[in-house]
Unconditional design. Structure first.
Length: 194
């Protein structure tokens, strides 16, 4: 073999070795690159899961705070109503006493006799004081002649035509109604103009 052929063969061997090294290197790099790519992909998935979990946690926190605020507000309202209407049963019972005192004053009496006059004055003062006392606790009378009929406050016993009254006006109050802090504890029994 000539020198040139030997050089050519040597060059060919170097080229083949280089190619084989490149192939081996490419083969050895592929698994590493694949592993790196897989790790990066897993890292991105984990980041997405962490972000999603953080959003869910934030949403749950906001909902929990809102629920706590709602419970607190409802509890405060319940306490306020309990304070405001604690006297409702007592007020209903005391209304009978007020009615009886008003009936006693409505009966005709001999006002010439001083002892009877003094008795009537005492009953009248007692009634005024009792009405004043229940008024301080939020009990107010409803149902006045001439007032427009309101089904929330009044109970109509009958409707009759009446002179001097427009339709739906109260002509007669048979029994006063009462409210406690705006809530009806007894509707007024009335007669209404037709």
């Amino acid at each position: 073999m000539s020198e040139q052929e030997q050089k050519f063969n040597a060059n060919e061997e170097i080229v083949e070795e280089t190619q084989q090294e490149n192939v081996e290197q490419a083969q050895s790099d592929d698994p590493l690159e694949e592993a790196i790519a897989r790790v990066q992909e897993l890292e991105e998935q984990l980041k997405a899961q962490v972000e999603e979990t953080a959003k869910k946690e934030q949403d749950l926190l906001l909902r929990t705070r809102a629920e706590i605020d709602n419970i607190r507000r409802r509890t405060e309202q319940d306490i306020e109503k309990a304070h405001k209407f604690a006297l409702e049963k007592f007020s209903k019972d005391i209304l009978n006493t007020i009615d009886n005192l008003e009936r006693a004053l409505a009966t005709p009496a001999n006002t010439e006799d001083e002892s009877i006059k003094a008795l009537f004055d005492g009953v009248e003062l007692t009634l005024k004081e009792l009405i004043s006392t229940v008024g301080r606790f939020g009990v107010e009378a409803v149902g006045v002649v001439g007032e427009v009929f309101n089904p929330d406050l009044h109970q109509a016993i009958s409707m009759q035509p009446a002179e001097g009254f427009e339709s739906n006006q109260i002509t007669t109050v048979l029994q006063k109604g009462y409210t406690l802090n705006g809530r009806v504890i007894r509707p007024a029994m009335v007669m209404v103009a037709a």
